[in-house]
Design a protein around this ligand. Structure first.
Ligand code: ATP
Ligand code: MG
Length: 627
């Protein structure tokens, strides 16, 4: 099938298109109405239909693939690998669901899951889905404050956690974080179920509150818990946005629409079908983890690989070793992950048999051309950039090799996914930007199945945050973009990252890309700072691949020259700072907001999602000293 025809059908006749896609999942009751769009921007897909995510991800595969691997959970931190078949997954999930029921968790109740990237996190998610409880996974690397914020918003009946995580060989005990979060929260969960991995030997549980998973598992092992059939638009889960731009919002997802979107995206975009293997390096705590470590691959009847550990441990070939061992067909990672590998020898990419590997998908942040070229040449595999958001749950812009692969253009995530009526518009007039003209990326409602239904408990915030930027009712997360004559969209950064130099609007992304073409540069961050004369000027923070022979001033000049050569004198960075690390969120996103604030000697704001505080401290020091 041609991409063009498939996409056109999804926009011109959405009800017929999605009714057809809905056949890919099991329904307990068929929907009465495919789309109810009577109350925009809220829309309801598959109204009256009854289904269940756990049934579609687990039970329905038992007939044909009970002994096939469903989940492989590999930890290079503990050295353990767990290979779990669909039959075993079914048993674990039923047992977990029985535990939830024994703790009075009911349909519609929220359950917060605060876990490292281990199999039990997946069991817990699916067990919630099975009984109609609404899970809210909080990334295990978040601090107590983040956890408390999310607890107070979700008000869970239960918190499920592990005794500890492990990162780079270091044990990170969770109990102090849980205790602290429960103290900070206005609505602490009455019960905490602890999955004891035996990592934190000094742990002291709180009597009356904390429960031991292994004990309860032994009590309930083998119990069958019937699937709770849910109306398609009931909530399945909450997932808080990563918080690059302010207070996290509880993205609420539905049941039926999400299942259908997962099924479609697995074959059409990621080119993975039942029996094949997908490896996403994400943590289950992120949107990618939810969709492409858990629900997508399992709904498709594929094998999903979950990885706990650094990409460089025990050696920088670990990801490719996993690909070779399990015959991974599609791999999914982030540009940040690849940049970590880029600091290592390229020969690590070719030491394992990657004949099964067809595609490497990268998402989450701009994919700069040097990184894309390095990895695709190193692996000799196609690299596909895909653009989406926690809110959308699956790609908005991508190429679709499962359908027919259009040419890859580095720097662009490609073409709109089915159901996404995307446009690039002029911010002021709302008119379509011409090819080559910059504008804001918007989606004309209704949003397709799989996208968020609302902000949890806050319909007004849903409308205000996403649909109130323009005169017309258009969805936008305010990314700045440009479309070429072939319809490929290039993302230039967030609109609040646009730098206005003497009336010229420059995307931070364009400047970062130019700086990154310098061979010594590992990664660059560009922010605009106030300037008396020009309004704003760009400044650069760059990390280097190796501490090289060139002196910092010579390197800085060379980087400035690159920008002048590629973008013109107007984009010339006023200053270049060479730093050891860039400040990022735990999901690997650059905290540009904070960088800009520091550079303008303002308060860096909410740093609760910051990964490594040392990065900001170093930058503060350098800024006060000068480049
Ligand atoms: P928050 O919305 O809480 O401030 P966030 O936007 O960083 O945080 P995510 O939903 O994880 O949270 O990220 C989505 C954003 O990431 C997009 O809006 C876009 O700015 C950026 N992004 C994602 N994928 C790509 C990509 N392939 N190319 C360029 N930018 C991307
Ligand atoms: Mg966002």
């Amino acid at each position: 099938m041609r991409y063009e025809d498939f996409y056109r059908a999804s926009i011109d006749t959405p009800e017929a298109f999605w009714a057809d896609q809905a056949k890919a999942i099991d329904w307990h009751r068929q929907p009465d109405t495919i789309l109810d769009d009577s109350n925009p921007p809220f829309r309801r897909w598959f109204v009256g239909g009854e289904t269940n995510l756990c049934h579609n991800a687990v039970d329905r595969h038992l007939a044909e693939r009970a002994d096939q691997l469903a989940l492989v959970a590999i930890s290079s931190e503990t050295g353990l690998t767990r290979e779990i078949s669909y039959r075993e997954l079914h048993r674990e999930v039923n047992t977990f669901a029985a535990i939830l029921r024994s703790l009075d968790v009911e349909r519609g109740d929220r359950v917060v899951i605060y876990m490292p990237n281990v199999a039990e996190a997946v069991f817990a998610m699916l067990a919630c889905a099975r009984i109609g409880a609404v899970h809210s996974v909080v990334f295990g690397g978040f601090a107590a404050h983040n956890l408390a914020l999310r607890i107070d918003d979700a008000r869970p009946k239960l918190l499920i956690a592990a005794d500890a995580g492990k990162r780079g060989g270091k044990v990170i005990p969770y109990q102090p974080l849980i205790d602290d979060a429960c103290r900070q929260a206005q609505h602490p969960p009455p019960r905490v179920l602890i999955v004891d991995r035996g990592l934190d030997t000094n742990r002291r549980s709180v009597p009356g509150r904390d429960l031991d998973y292994a004990t309860l598992r032994a009590q309930h092992d083998g119990t069958q818990v019937p699937v709770q059939w849910l109306e398609s638009n009931e909530p399945s889960y909450l997932l808080y946005t990563s918080g690059t731009t302010g207070k996290p919002k509880g993205v609420q997802r539905d049941v039926g629409g999400y299942a259908v979107a997962m099924a479609l995206s697995m074959w059409a975009i990621y080119d993975v079908r039942a029996g094949q293997v997908m490896f996403s390096t994400s943590d289950v705590g992120w949107a990618v983890g939810h969709s492409y470590n858990v629900y997508g691959p399992l709904i498709a009847g594929a094998t999903s690989i979950l990885y706990e550990g650094l990409p460089t441990n025990p050696d920088p070939g670990i990801w490719w070793q996993i690909c070779a061992k399990y015959g991974v067909r599609t791999m999914f990672s982030s540009p940040t992950g690849i940049r970590v590998l880029k600091k290592q020898e390229a020969s690590w990419l070719t030491r394992h048999d990657l004949s099964a590997l067809q595609w490497l998908f990268l998402a989450g942040e701009p994919l700069d051309e040097p990184t894309a070229t390095w990895i695709s040449q190193g692996l000799r595999k196609p690299v596909i950039d895909n653009y989406w958001q926690t809110e959308t749950g699956w790609p908005v812009l991508t190429l679709m090799p499962g359908l027919d692969l259009k040419p890859v253009k580095f720097g662009s995530p490609g073409l709109p996914s089915p159901g996404y009526n995307t446009r690039v518009i002029d911010e002021a007039t709302g008119a379509d930007a011409k090819p080559g003209e910059k504008g804001v990326l918007v989606i004309v409602p209704p949003l397709p199945p799989g996208c968020m239904s609302t902000v949890y408990n806050d319909d007004r915030r849903f409308v205000a945050s996403y649909f109130s930027h323009f005169r017309q009712l258009l969805y936008s997360s305010l990314d700045w973009a440009v479309r070429d004559a072939d319809g490929y969209t290039f993302i230039l950064g967030r609109t609040d990252d646009v730098i206005n130099v003497a009336g010229h609007r420059l995307g931070t992304r364009e400047i970062e890309e130019s700086v990154s073409t310098h061979p010594a540069v590992a990664e660059a961050a560009v922010v605009g700072v106030h300037d008396e004369l020009k309004g704003q000027v760009p400044i650069v923070f760059a990390t280097l691949k190796h501490a090289g022979a060139d002196t910092a001033p010579a390197l800085a000049m060379a980087m400035q020259q690159r920008v002048v050569d590629l973008l013109g004198g107007v984009a010339r960075p006023a200053r270049v700072y060479i730093v050891g690390a860039l400040p990022k969120t735990r999901s690997g996103k650059l905290l540009r907001r904070s960088l800009q604030a520091l550079a303008e000697a303002r308060d860096p704001g909410d740093l609760s999602t910051l990964d490594d505080p040392n990065a900001l401290e170093e930058i503060t020091r350098i800024l006060t000293r000068g480049p």
